[in-house]
Design a protein. Structure first.
Lengths: 755, 664
């Protein structure tokens, strides 16, 4: 600290704790101590309070304990002369601030005052508040669903960290520039607070910047108190992925210091409360970088590098606001020690994963390829070395300029790849990357794959000069950067010429068909080698995924071919081949090699693991799973709940609560986190009866995977099976479930007993 | 053979002391300063060459005499003298610790109702190290077993001293390999005396091995227990604000000075001095109230926990009485000069001895008993008040400095991260980065043969300038307190740029007061924790740190120096050529041989400049061995509040844009 910061932070914390006490007292008087208090869709109650104090807040009355603890952490202000030390005292005050801020948000939720309404704002993905009926609002806390879905990106480095912007930038232009810099580096951007009444959220909204989960920009609230939400997110990441338990406060904070790369950008004048909240963030190891003159705290220790940095906006040597923003963000990254890999992609629009979720609406559209009025497809194939001219990008056929505004045309993206370590099996792995690569360009929307590809170019992107050939530039840059180990050369054809398009489409379809058959043949029995995935060990230190051809990783992001390719790309990386070794139990899927590997890589936590059973030594989970499968003993079957489903389940718990049991790298028979495509595998809990055991399933899955499940039902010899599976619209308790199963004659009822 | 008499300015660097020495000279009162001038030190004894261990001697091994009557060599004689000093010093500290264990025992058994467990957390921590069960037990039950377990440490039948396991693992291994783990506290002292008896251990290196073992029983045994037990009984220190030097004596209040080393009685005197009835009684005698202050380590104990101001260090005990403002000087144990009695006889001051172990001819003896502690304390305070009307002329120099003491190792850990993130990581980081070049433990006594406080002041100033963090105890700490270096402002004024950044970040003075001389165990604990925190090696010997006692004089200082060396530290004893200067062989063992065996070394250096030079050289050598960047002060100084005053002085409306800085 510095005495100046200590004074202001301690003053801020004293004030906020007093405010929280007064608010709580009033709330208890007005509404009663039993009034429920909850953040939406989380199993972690008020997460900072839960993590630090192991205290579950369910009602207003429960908040009294939090504030009593917060009060114990308060201290008097440092004297002007002969002051006693203040660093520890300031950090304690910071924690008191966080507990008080979270209590205040809790009270606001009890009053229905959270999330903050923001008429006219439409978020591209947010925590869901059905009660608001579509009124514009800020996000409030991030729910567990989003936390888990970002999990894999946080661990594999695609999303290197998060920045909490507190206040308002020097100008709207500066606000946009800072956020674009962060997006370019795929850093999650959290927005909160205001400076003299004006918030960075207002600034971005005025400038038409799309905010929401899909653009990695989350507006929490327009006061400093909402800065508690990023810290709640941080706390939960330690609980969710780090296998830590509530009350392990020191471990949770240290986990954040070393694994969660977050920092605070204090924009505009820093007031007492902001200093107090920043002091709280410092306990998490998150430094603060201010765009104003404030004292710097350069010695290190509580944070990994400097604690507080001042970069007065006008003193940053630069010609433009963009340049200033770039320098500031760069400095922030250095101060936090964030590892950021940026691939420079030579296109005239901003580029980064943060733009992957952008939607191009019809009204904003310059042109589209695929969809209703045209056909687009993409095809990547392996070619001999001497037939590929590296970097050759051809546009064959009419260009974008021939299209009317809002028009559409046929398009083919054909990529020929050569490489000494390239294999035919990697073709689909690489081809699937088109979606992510192309979507990274700001103003470009990519949906689908193969011959159902659908691409839109926005007017804004076209105005900046984005043209069809830039698809080639993107693919060229990204394949070399990300898959350089297997891709030595590549050339790209962008085909709009109708005849050539038809010719290549036929070739592509032949290849798709071949690959489908190859995949169908690719069974666990047909290979000697499975792959491990320990990508998540940076978050869940004892968890090991074993990926087989018929069981993809639980995050849904890595199947057997992906792992195989990943191993080729990085032989010492997170995906290692596991020789299956002797099969010890064909039915349950015990393999000597898998057991041996799991024991070693889980540091002895897991002794044995089955590939195909939920009842016996099931595979562990980190926290990124797409669905949770859990046994419902009364129904003699299992239910499957997807992370998108916030409803109650027949197990008596929501996804969020179940996730706490399923995750953290622990084996719990009867419960398992899985990738949703594993549900369609013939090896899905095959030792326990397979797909027919599913008695209940989130309707989200039924809808989004209708086609796949239809085929599975046929495979299982019961074409009406899917309709026999209950969902949350039918029942959310065991009684209702049993009644339904009996009424439809679900096969599980007559299968062998699971126990 | 009288030496040249020194002027007051040559005798002390302390302004208050100089003023009172002038006064003493004027009224012809003899003090330790004048006696030191009058008595030349024995030239043979001071080199460690006099053996009086049997009545065939004393043998003076000088000139052509290289063996005593029994044939003992110079090295044997010097080593035995040194080792006996270690034993005496270790016994003093350890007996102090034992006393506290008995106090805790009586408190736990309800026999000493004025004492309670003030720090149950620390009690539980002690219990953990001593193997005392804590689950589902009352504080009294735990306290009783902790007291008994502590007492067992003094005379263990088997095993080794329990607290050794608080040392870094690597250090413990060195002790095992060298066979110098103390088996029990008393046993090693007894064996030390046994071995140095006529006709026994007669190999210098072997004698000195036992000195190491005996000293470890002090540092990681008796002293460490004393510190912990004091914290349990009287509270673990945290920073407070107070004052230091004779100027704190109050012209209008009853001045009671506590002096010695134990907190047991003085804590009660603090309580008694706050008793409204006694304050009223003082008023009835015409005083404005009661002013308590302290000398030596009793002062440090009550300063650290209660903020009782420091009257001065060892050489100021007579001078305090010379102010004429002291109604009573209440002494307990250790470092109490018999010379205070004749000085007090010239005044209304009553010298009151309180320990059953200490009586001084001519002083009042009021023996302290734990079971009626507060009652006795009140009786003493009342006696002091009764003397107030007898006051004559007073000379209280208007000299005092502010001080922020209270740095227990527990608080240091807290200061560096708070309740949630407390650790020594920021300290280790600061050393690793080079903001703090290294750490010096600047401790020990005063010595009437060395200009009072001169070396302390000199080395402290030099180290701070060179970004060295100082941790201090005992009379060395009091010297720095009087110098004004124990204030947070001092960090901004006298520390180098890197140290200043760290002090400003934490809000600490650049010189940390860790307590009394038994509290050197706190320094051991901090060093052990630094070694285990990571980044600075794995052992105390790896840390860029030096221990020193620039103005040492007591046998306790020899014991402290020895256990610090045994713990891996480089230790410099200042002000003289040392007690073994007559034996090259012993000097070689204490330095080279010990360093090769246990990583620490002991040297005796007369001059301040040389002490600083060798210390910085050692620190830089350790930095290099750890692969740390070379110390470079020019890298630091930008952290902190320095930019804020300019901004805050602007009118409010100008501040709004000025916060964004100056346009470039």
């Amino acid at each position: 600290m510095s005495r100046y910061i200590a004074t202001r932070a301690i003053r801020g914390s004293n004030a906020l704790v007093a405010e929280a006490e007064a608010l709580l007292k009033q709330a208890v008087e007005e509404k009663g101590a039993d009034t429920p208090v909850a953040f939406p869709n989380t199993a972690y109650f008020l997460p900072v309070t839960f993590g630090m104090l192991a205290h579950e807040v369910n009602t207003l009355g429960d908040l009294e304990f939090s504030l009593a603890h917060a009060k114990k952490l308060l201290h008097p202000l440092p004297e002007d002369n002969l002051w006693v030390p203040y660093l520890g005292e300031t950090l304690d005050s910071g924690m008191a601030t966080l507990l008080a801020a979270e209590a205040i948000e809790g009270v606001r939720f009890a009053y229905g005052e959270e999330p903050t309404l923001y008429p006219g704002l439409e978020l591209a993905g947010s925590t869901s508040y059905p009660q608001l009926n579509g009124t514009g609002h800020l996000n409030g806390p991030i729910d567990d669903i989003q936390l888990r879905s970002w999990g894999i990106q946080l661990v594999d480095g695609r999303m290197p960290g998060f920045a909490a912007l507190v206040g308002a930038a020097h100008s709207n232009e500066a606000a946009v520039a800072i956020v674009r810099e962060l997006q370019r580096r795929n850093i999650l951007t959290f927005l909160c607070g205001n400076t003299n009444g004006r918030s960075v959220i207002d600034q971005l909204h005025e400038e038409g910047v799309e905010m929401g989960y899909d653009t990695y920009i989350v507006p929490f609230g327009t006061d400093t108190i909402s800065a508690i939400y990023p810290l709640g997110f941080a706390t939960r990441s330690a609980l969710t992925f780090g296998g830590l338990k509530a009350g392990q406060w020191r471990d949770i904070l240290i986990y954040n210091k070393f694994r969660v790369f977050a920092f605070v950008l204090a924009l505009g004048e820093v007031d007492d409360l902001k200093y107090a909240a920043a002091a709280g963030a410092i306990s998490y190891g998150f430094p603060t970088i201010a765009d104003t003159v404030i004292p710097e705290i350069l010695p290190t220790g509580v944070t990994r590098y400097e604690h507080v940095i001042s970069m007065p906006w006008n003193e940053i040597e630069a010609e433009t606001e963009e340049e200033r923003a770039a320098k500031m963000v760069q400095r922030a990254i250095e101060v936090r020690g964030v590892k950021v890999k940026i691939t420079e992609v030579p296109v005239p629009v901003a580029y980064g994963s943060a733009f992957e979720g952008e939607v191009v609406r019809r009204a904003d559209m310059r042109a589209e390829f695929g969809g209703k009025n045209s056909r687009a497809f993409e095809y990547l194939l392996m070619a001999p070395m001497d037939e590929v001219e590296d970097g050759k990008i051809e546009l064959i056929g009419p260009g974008l300029d021939t299209l009317d505004e809002g028009g559409s045309m046929d398009l083919a993206l054909v990529v020929e790849v050569a490489g000494r370590k390239m294999q035919e099996d990697f073709e689909p792995v690489l081809e699937r990357q088109f979606h992510y690569f192309i979507n990274g360009a700001s103003g470009i929307q990519h949906i689908g794959q193969r011959d159902i590809t659908w691409i839109r170019i926005s007017k804004a992107a076209a105005e900046k000069g984005f043209d069809l050939k830039h698809f080639g530039d993107i693919l060229y840059a990204r394949f070399h950067a990300d898959f350089g180990a297997i891709v030595d050369k590549l050339q790209i054809k962008i085909i709009t010429d109708p005849d050539l398009h038809a010719e290549w489409l036929a070739k592509a379809r032949e290849a798709y068909d071949f690959r489908n058959r190859r995949l169908a043949d690719l069974t666990d029995d047909a290979v000697d080698t499975f792959y491990s995935c320990i990508l998540c060990q940076s978050f869940a230190p004892t968890h090991v995924c074993v990926v087989s051809p018929q069981r993809l990783g639980l995050c849904g992001a890595y199947n057997w071919l992906d792992c195989k390719a990943s191993y080729e790309i990085n032989p010492t990386g997170p995906n290692q081949p596991i020789q299956k070794g002797q099969c010890l139990d064909d039915d349950k899927g015990y393999f000597a090699g898998v057991n041996e590997y799991a024991k070693m890589a889980s540091q002895g936590t897991v002794e044995e693991v089955t590939m195909y059973s939920i009842m016996e030594n099931p595979m562990t989970a980190c926290g990124c799973f797409e669905c949770i499968v859990m046994v419902i003993p009364e129904a003699n079957g299992v239910m499957v709940v997807s992370r998108e489903d916030p409803s109650m389940t027949p197990a008596g718990m929501t996804f969020s609560t179940l996730a706490g049991i399923a995750g953290g790298g622990l084996q719990t028979p009867g419960i398992m986190g899985v990738g949703k495509f594993y549900l369609t595998s013939p090896k899905f809990v095959s030792a326990d009866g397979g797909f027919k055991r599913i008695v209940w399933m989130s309707s989200f899955l039924k809808e989004t995977m209708a086609e796949e499940f239809k085929q599975v039902a046929e495979r299982e010899g019961d074409p009406d099976l899917i309709a026999k599976i209950a969902d949350e619209t039918i029942c959310t308790d065991v009684e209702g479930l049993l009644a339904y199963l009996e009424s439809v004659g679900h096969p599980a009822l007559t299968m062998d007993m699971m126990f | 053979m009288a030496k040249k008499e020194r002027t007051p300015e040559e005798s002390s660097r302390d302004e208050a002391a100089i003023r009172l020495l002038e006064h003493a000279c004027a009224i012809e009162v003899e003090t330790a300063f004048t006696r030191a001038d009058a008595i030349a030190a024995c030239n043979i004894g001071s080199q460690g060459l006099c053996c009086k261990n049997c009545s065939m001697g004393p043998c003076r091994l000088v000139g052509k005499t290289v063996r005593g009557v029994c044939g003992a060599t110079i090295a044997t004689v010097a080593a035995r003298n040194f080792a006996r000093a270690v034993a005496a010093g270790a016994s003093a500290h350890s007996d102090h610790g034992r006393g506290l264990a008995y106090t805790l025992l009586e408190a736990a058994e309800g026999k000493a109702p004025d004492y309670v467990v003030r720090d149950p957390v620390k009690l539980n921590e002690m219990a953990r190290y001593l193997g005392v069960k804590t689950a589902d037990r009352s504080i009294e039950e735990i306290a009783k077993d902790v007291a008994l377990a502590s007492l067992t440490e003094f005379g263990k039948v088997e095993g080794t001293v329990s607290y050794l396991k608080r040392a870094p693992v690597k250090r413990q291994k060195i002790w095992q390999e060298q066979g110098i783990e103390p088996r029990s506290i008393d046993r090693e002292i007894v064996e030390m005396l046994h071995r140095t008896h006529i006709g026994n251990d007669q190999d210098a290196e072997h004698i000195l091995d036992q000195a190491l073992r005996c000293a470890l029983g002090d540092g990681w045994g008796g002293s460490m227990l004393a510190t912990d037990l004091s914290d349990v009984l009287f509270g673990t220190p945290a920073p407070v604000r107070s004052g230091a030097n004779l100027g704190i004596l109050n012209n209008n209040k009853v001045n009671i000075v506590v002096h010695g080393h134990e907190p047991t009685l003085s804590e009660m005197i603090v309580a008694a001095s706050l008793d409204p009835e006694l304050i009223e009684y003082a008023r009835s005698k015409g005083a404005d109230g009661i002013q308590l202050s302290g000398i030596c380590c009793t002062a440090n104990e009550t300063l650290m926990r209660q903020g009782v101001p420091l009257a001065g260090n060892f050489l100021q005990q007579e001078l305090a009485i010379l102010t004429g403002a002291v109604e009573a000087m209440v002494v307990d144990i250790q470092c109490i000069m018999q010379g205070i009695v004749p000085v007090a006889e010239r005044y209304h001051t009553e010298i009151i001895t309180t320990s059953p172990k200490v009586k001084i001819t001519g002083a009042t003896h009021i023996e302290f008993e734990e079971h009626r502690a507060l009652e006795i304390a009140k009786e003493i305070v009342r006696r002091a008040i009764d003397h107030f009307p007898e006051r004559g002329e007073m000379i209280v120099p208007d000299v005092q400095a502010s001080v922020v003491p209270g740095f227990s190792h527990e608080y240091i850990t807290y200061a560096l991260g708070g309740f949630y993130r407390g650790s020594l990581r920021p300290l280790n980081d600061a050393i690793a980065a080079g903001r703090i070049r290294g750490v010096v433990a600047n401790i020990g006594c005063n010595n009437a043969r060395v200009c009072h406080d001169e070396l302390f002041r000199y080395v402290a100033t030099e180290f701070l300038k060179n970004d060295v963090l100082l941790v201090e105890t005992g009379c060395g700490a009091i010297a720095s307190a009087k110098q004004g270096y124990m204030t947070p402002e001092a960090a901004l004024e006298v520390a180098g740029p890197g140290l200043r950044e760290v002090c400003e970040t934490v809000g600490i003075p650049p010189v940390l007061h860790l307590g009394s001389c038994v509290d050197n165990s706190r320094i051991l604990t901090v060093l052990a924790q630094m070694a285990t925190e990571g980044g600075l090696g794995q052992d105390i010997a790896d840390i860029p740190a030096v221990g020193m006692a620039p103005e040492w004089m007591s046998e306790k200082a020899i014991s402290i120096a020895t256990y610090c060396v045994a713990s891996g530290a480089y230790v410099i004893m200042g002000g003289s050529t040392g007690p073994v200067s007559g034996s090259e062989e012993v000097l070689h063992i204490l330095s080279e041989v010990w360093e090769s065996k246990i990583g620490g070394r002991l040297e005796f250096v007369v001059e301040g400049e040389e002490i600083v030079r060798r210390s910085l050289e050692h620190i830089d050598k350790k930095r290099a061995a750890l692969g740390l960047p070379e110390y470079d002060a020019s890298k630091w100084g930008k952290s902190g509040d320095w930019r804020m005053p300019e901004l805050l002085e602007l009118p409010f409306e100008k501040q709004i844009e000025a916060v964004y800085g100056v346009n470039r």
